[in-house]
Design a protein around this ligand. Structure first.
Ligand SMILES: [Zn+2]
Length: 161
């Protein structure tokens, strides 16, 4: 989880299997936990630069994603992670908008701009590829909440993870 993942190469033969695993794992986690919108390959033990996102407005793979631009404007979001067992939530700053280049699940090279909820999600998942967890981005250590408290006081639809 703390390591830097490697670029995906076109000749990676196990890639297809990893992609299927990512989709199945996220679907199952969403069913069990009732939240979560994305997953990164290192979370299932594969140190490759590959992310899968499955949420309203976006459902695709991001292969070798790279943030090529980010807005100066930031916003604060409550975030958590399956790799932290979704046991607690932390409040972190994220860029309001990011532009990302990646190869999608069909092998097409794309450049997409994400904003707000999708922007913070993409930043969270791409952090995993560099071994960074949302807890590393906490500015104020008092801004942590156990899941129960977060559900009661802070939960807003579709945020984090
Ligand atoms: Zn995560």
């Amino acid at each position: 989880m703390r390591e830097v993942s490697q670029e995906v190469k076109p000749e990676d033969s196990e890639l297809h299997g990893v992609m299927e695993d990512l989709r199945d794992t996220l679907t199952e986690l969403q069913r069990v936990h009732g939240l979560g919108r994305g997953i990164a390959a290192p979370q299932i033990g594969c140190l490759k630069r590959l992310v899968y996102i499955q949420t309203e407005g976006f459902r695709d793979y991001l292969v070798n994603p790279r943030i090529v631009w980010r807005s100066q404007e930031e916003f604060m979001v409550w975030d958590s992670c399956f790799s932290l067992d979704v046991a607690f939530f932390v409040r972190v700053p994220r860029s309001r908008r990011v532009r990302v280049s990646f190869t999608d699940g069909e092998g097409r090279l794309r450049l997409e701009e994400f904003s707000d909820g999708l922007s913070e999600l993409v930043q969270h998942e791409l952090d995993h590829l560099d071994g960074v967890l949302c807890v590393d981005r906490v500015r104020d250590p008092r801004e942590m909440a156990m899941r129960k408290e977060w559900e009661k006081r802070y939960r807003t639809p579709g945020i984090g993870m």
